[in-house]
Design a protein around this ligand. Structure first.
Ligand code: S3P
Length: 172
């Protein structure tokens, strides 16, 4: 296993980036960085409040800054926010500094996972199922452009972790 490259988990909201990232980091004895959690900590407010008070563009700018910072580090497991890969510069930086893996799930699976949660501003602007379907459709080609893909629909978190370990092993 390459000990230096970051393993970067991306994908739509509710695909398991944080849950799997935590397990993976423990398995590899690496630090786990959840980008959204780190942004919230530094900004001293929730992602929802950042969107409401300063807008999505402001959030994307601090997200971009954080990608630049993390791309200069090594040996970490990173969970991105679901929209981080919308900026091609972020994809480029992550690909340069690590193994970028996209977690996928069907809209119905995502809906079940995020149904009772309230911390995702992009899913609060209408009916959740419709928001998920339309944003996923819009972003389909961006997610598909990520070099490694893992479908999580029928897998447990541990099984997803195993698949990621295999991908990371092959990337040596
Ligand atoms: C977003 C996903 C969220 C968070 C923000 C925007 C997106 O992260 O970064 O609400 O554009 O898909 P999660 O994927 O961790 O929910």
């Amino acid at each position: 296993m390459n000990n230096e490259k970051n393993i970067v988990l991306t994908g739509f909201m509710g695909t398991g980036k944080t849950a799997v990232g935590e397990i993976l980091a423990k398995r590899l004895q690496r630090e786990f960085v959840d980008m959204d959690a780190l942004i919230e900590e530094r900004e001293q407010r929730s992602i929802s409040r950042i969107f409401a008070e300063d807008g999505e563009q402001y959030f994307r700018a601090i997200e971009r800054q954080l990608v630049r910072e993390l791309a200069n580090k090594q040996n970490m497991v990173i969970g991105t926010g679901g929209g981080a890969v919308l900026n091609p510069d972020n994809i480029r930086d992550f690909n340069r500094s690590g193994i970028l893996i996209c977690l996928n799930a069907r809209p119905e699976t995502i809906l079940t996972r995020v149904q009772s949660q309230k911390h995702r501003p992009l899913l609060e602007d209408g009916e959740k199922a419709e928001c998920i379907r339309s944003i996923l459709e819009e972003r389909k080609s961006v997610y598909a452009s990520v070099p490694h893909q893992v479908d999580t629909d029928t897998l447990s978190r541990k099984e997803v972790t195993e698949l990621i370990l295999q991908i990371a092993g092959r990337e040596n």
